[in-house]
Design a protein around this ligand. Structure first.
Ligand code: SF4
Length: 579
């Protein structure tokens, strides 16, 4: 039985892809390994949002290869899509599979397993014509897989006309990062399987729950890709066009997650590709992996020791995630509005709390804010990327709003939900950012009731418009500005925590290893999370995924402590007084 291990990097969308991959590998009879050192196949699911993320992935590959030289390393994810040749050149890598072909990884892993058992020819032969069924013919939107083998290449590997995303062996890869590719005959070159991401409508997703990150709250990716072109962002080029999980599938999945006992709706079509992803002008059946929810989505030597599936079921809170959630449903036919999806979730499921992970400011409408304010079943939490408050920089970033529009959204939220969490992403050191631009961002944030910031140091991404802009900001300046913004973020978060002292909250207990800020150093405490994203340490040891009504009593470090306002409950009845 083939053992596998998935090592995850990156954002929630990438983690959802990893959860789906795990589901597919389990369905093929593979067995999860407790650590990469004992796995026959290791899948690295990479991120490429910054140069640091790239470096982290390369470092992990080197370590994994040193730790387990016999393992077949399959590198996938956003970095694999952006720069497959770089990764293929690293020793130990067997295959580099871009996001465009991620759904083919289970078939590839099965082939590698057969090869390992001496039951199949070398994996090169998976590119034989009869094997082209690896991509279901109905799923193809581009010509049949010239990507699968060198003989089928549209361009010879060394051709200067070869597209960036093409099938090449590392033997033909450009030496990356000043290192010589791994070309010795003892170590065969890695194979690369990528295609034009814009030709791929697949929607790969499974809920993230449990696992080594100890997610008590399932994260459900319902949208992928992005049609915007923010000048700093590589994501559209590695994740492709915006596409959405149809609303019926979202509802079905949340119904599964919130069921007391595992069940499958009658039409779930288990074990098969179950979904049709529609574009506006056609319907394309595709293989995807939104299958029954695993109690533990990722393999880990430590994750399962204190989780039980009964603790995670039914899910009390589900987090909706996506690359650009506000654009949810615009690709579907008929078009679906994000707000209508939220209403359907409220009407058609028993979910007790729904959280929206992030939404662009232009998509935070008065109607959406009113919906949030009308119910306690949607977490009072808005995460709106700001990036900069200098209009000059926002224009250079190709952002769709200016600071006054963003400020108006903040006012609308505060008018309706004075205690809501309000978070933002901010980039320090975008090309051309002057001290005065930076000061404008700092002043804007200081004057508004942000409750936390995610601060990013600008990182030039090859292929983006911003990478070629003049006036790149020196690294030391970027670092200093990021430090100032982080310090401002801490001050804002502390002010928010203090403002909540004396308030009663209904909080959801989390796994004790789940990261919600610094652990309480003294007596035993259990981390918990409020609707407004307040990180609370509840006295005592409690199971995860339980509601507690608490009175916020003090701020300590980067969390708050509380006193019990009632005994442990499992009631799904919410009280308006507990907002
Ligand atoms: S909206 Fe987000 S994902 Fe899309 S291009 Fe802009 S930053 Fe990137």
């Amino acid at each position: 039985m083939t053992t596998f291990y998935i090592q995850q990097f990156g954002c929630r969308a990438t983690q959802a892809d990893g959860a789906a991959l795990e589901r597919q590998l389990l369905d093929r009879g593979c067995t999860p390994a407790t650590d990469p050192a004992t796995a026959a196949i290791v899948v690295l699911n990479t991120c490429t949002v910054t140069a640091a993320a790239d470096a982290q992935a390369r470092d992990a590959i080197r370590k994994l290869h040193a730790q387990n030289p016999q393992a077949r390393l399959i590198v996938t994810g956003c970095y694999a899509q952006r720069a497959p040749e770089e990764l293929a050149a690293l020793p130990g890598v067997s295959w580099v599979v871009g996001n465009s072909h991620k759904p083919q990884i289970p078939a590839l892993a099965a082939s590698l397993a057969l090869v390992g058992a001496g039951l199949a020819p070398p994996p090169d032969l998976i590119c034989a014509p009869e094997e082209q069924t690896l991509i279901p013919s109905e799923a193809r939107t581009s010509p049949p897989p010239s990507v699968f083998c060198e003989e089928n290449l549209l361009f010879p590997p060394d051709s200067p006309d070869a597209p960036f995303h093409s099938f090449v062996g590392a033997r033909h890869a450009v030496p990356a990062l000043g290192k010589t590719p791994n070309l010795d005959e003892k170590s065969p070159p890695a194979q690369i399987l990528t295609g034009n991401i814009f030709d791929h409508p697949e929607f790969l997703s499974a809920p993230i729950q449990g696992g080594e990150s100890h997610h008590t709250r399932p994260i459900l990716k319902i949208q992928d890709g992005c049609n915007n072109r923010c000048s700093f962002c590589i994501i559209p080029f590695v994740r492709g066009k915006s596409r959405s999980l149809p609303p019926d599938a979202v509802i079905r999945e949340i119904q599964r997650l919130t069921a007391e006992h595992p069940f499958e709706p009658a039409n779930a079509n288990l074990g098969q590709p179950i979904l049709a992803v529609r574009s506006s002008d056609r319907e394309i059946p595709v293989a995807q992996a939104l299958l029954p929810v695993p109690a533990f989505s990722f393999t880990s030597s430590t994750s399962s020791n204190s989780f039980t599936s009964s603790q995670l079921r039914p899910a009390r809170e589900v987090v909706l995630s996506g690359i650009n959630l506000g654009t949810y449903g615009r690709d579907l036919s008929p078009r679906v509005e994000f707000i209508d999806l939220l209403r359907r979730i409220l009407d058609e499921t028993t979910l007790e709390r729904l959280r929206v992970s992030s939404i662009e400011p232009q998509d935070v409408t008065q109607d959406l804010i009113d919906l949030f304010a009308s119910t306690d079943r949607i977490a009072h939490h808005f995460h709106m990327p700001l990036q900069s408050a200098s209009d000059r920089i926002l224009a250079a970033m190709h952002r769709w709003y200016r600071s006054e529009h963003y400020a108006r959204r903040v006012e609308l939220i505060r008018d309706r939900l004075p205690h809501a969490a309000l978070g933002a992403d901010v980039i320090a050191g975008f090309p051309g950012e002057t001290e005065s631009d930076h000061a404008a961002t700092v002043a804007f944030i200081e004057q508004r009731p942000f409750t936390y910031l995610h601060v990013f140091s600008y990182s030039s991404r090859p292929g983006t418009k911003a990478a070629s802009l003049p006036n790149q900001v020196p690294a030391a300046t970027i670092k200093r500005r990021a430090r100032e913004l982080r310090s401002l973020s801490e001050a804002k978060s502390a002010a928010f925590r203090r403002s909540q002292i004396g308030r009663t909250k209904r909080v959801l207990t989390l796994h004790r290893d789940e990261s919600v800020g610094t652990k309480h150093p003294g007596a035993e405490h259990t981390p918990a999370l409020s609707s407004n994203y307040l990180r609370v340490q509840v006295p005592g040891i409690h199971p995860s995924n339980q509601w507690q009504d608490v009175l916020i009593s003090a701020e300590e470090g980067n969390y708050v402590v509380c006193e019990p306002a009632s005994t442990l409950r499992e009631s799904s009845v919410y009280s308006a007084s507990l907002r």
